[in-house]
Write a protein that binds this ligand. Sequence first.
Ligand code: FAD
Length: 432
Amino acid sequence: MHREHRSRDNWGLLMAQSLAMVRKVPLCVLYALSPAFPEAGKRQFIFLVQGLVHTAAELEAHNIPFLPRLGDPVREIPALAKEQGISTLVTDFDVLRVKRQWIENVADAVSSTTGADVLETDGRNVVPCWLASGKKEYAARTIRPKIHRLLPDFLTEPSELSVHPHPLKQRPATASLEELQRSAKKHPGPEPCEWPSGEQVAYEALKQFARTRLHQYGKGRNIPTNPVTSRLSPYLHFGQIYAGRVALEVLKAGADRESADAYLEELIVRRELADNFCLHETDYDNTGCFAPWATQTLEKHLRDPRPALYSSEEFERAQTADSLWNAAQLEMVRTGHMHGYMRMYWAKKILEWSETPAQAMAQAIRLNDRYQLDGRDSNGYAGIAWSIGGVHDRGWPERAVFGKIRSMTFNGAKSKFKIQEYIDAQTRASLL
Ligand SMILES: Cc1cc2nc3c(=O)[nH]c(=O)nc-3n(C[C@H](O)[C@H](O)[C@H](O)COP(=O)(O)OP(=O)(O)OC[C@H]3O[C@@H](n4cnc5c(N)ncnc54)[C@H](O)[C@@H]3O)c2cc1C
């Protein structure tokens, strides 16, 4: 288990259990808590481990030992697999470079030392990423029909995890959950934030959203002063909830068509487009991923005077001349989350205030991955590439600095919602 941190609705776990049942053998979950992950700090590690504590309890209640170790997964997982004499390793799918390398190295080591089969299961996407499309998609409009065609086959009710009838005879030496918690707290980085973590709270958050805010999503999702979005992204990012479960609850909730359709478009089409992008584009986190039209237009405007240029520290401390941008930055630093509309504005302004698009990409990714609970996610890399490099977008009327990349302005935001309310709320909260 490394991306899908849950006992419920977990296709990889269900598949492993069905294989173990047929062979009448024990089933256990191997987990290695890596000592480091790019840009992740104590905020993210503590959230992750708190979630694992709940999942471990659920697994143990199903007679499925949760066997965690502290250390490099590429060393720890093959070692555990060998000690246990496993016959099959089922693992989660991931598209990020660092995770693909882990999976490849673990799979090689496990199959060469134990002879076990290694199977990879996509428990993140409703339509498995490999099946939705075998190539890098151009835009939402090109992947949407492919996903919609396969959705009836894949948006199905997962079966329930059974209490496993074949116990593990001897538990290997593992780290305790307390050791995992201590290790999480030692990381440097932003302070933990107030999000409760774990699969049960994720499910309750979903139920509450479906009951109270979903029906406003169609009209209200771009209004940061009255947030009606689901705020499920940290849970989805850490795999504490399955996107298919979210979709099934949304369909059951009886919301108006506009709201349900708009929500499922983000949850399924846009989210799966992001995984498609990172799987097929090795340069997902630098300007090498921009389409030729975007590269050309940004180069043409490289020497345009910028309205301002800010250092990393000024960005980080929310010290720009734009009070709306500063408020969004403060929201992210304080809460580990930023409203979706403000994420677009935030990243586009970083382009406007950086010497080059490459610097803007690096700056936005560093801040996003460091402060957002849901950072270090394909959604983040795709969202930033969309904002700065027009990825999955089209050309717009030409403007200074942006060229044909879609721009967003302070006055544009002002016409959409009461920006002063948002600025005051974020500034006040960050002073407390
Ligand atoms: C510059 C920028 C950076 C972003 N960084 C991240 C990030 O680090 N992690 C992250 O999960 N999302 C990121 N997004 C996508 C999106 O803004 C967030 O997923 C969303 O705001 C999370 O809030 P929510 O759960 O209330 O979303 P809701 O509006 O309730 O949407 C439900 C779910 O659908 C998915 N989703 C929504 N919008 C998008 C989108 N545009 N692309 C892909 N999936 C989407 C998310 O998983 C989200 O939780 C980024 C977008 C931009 C423009």
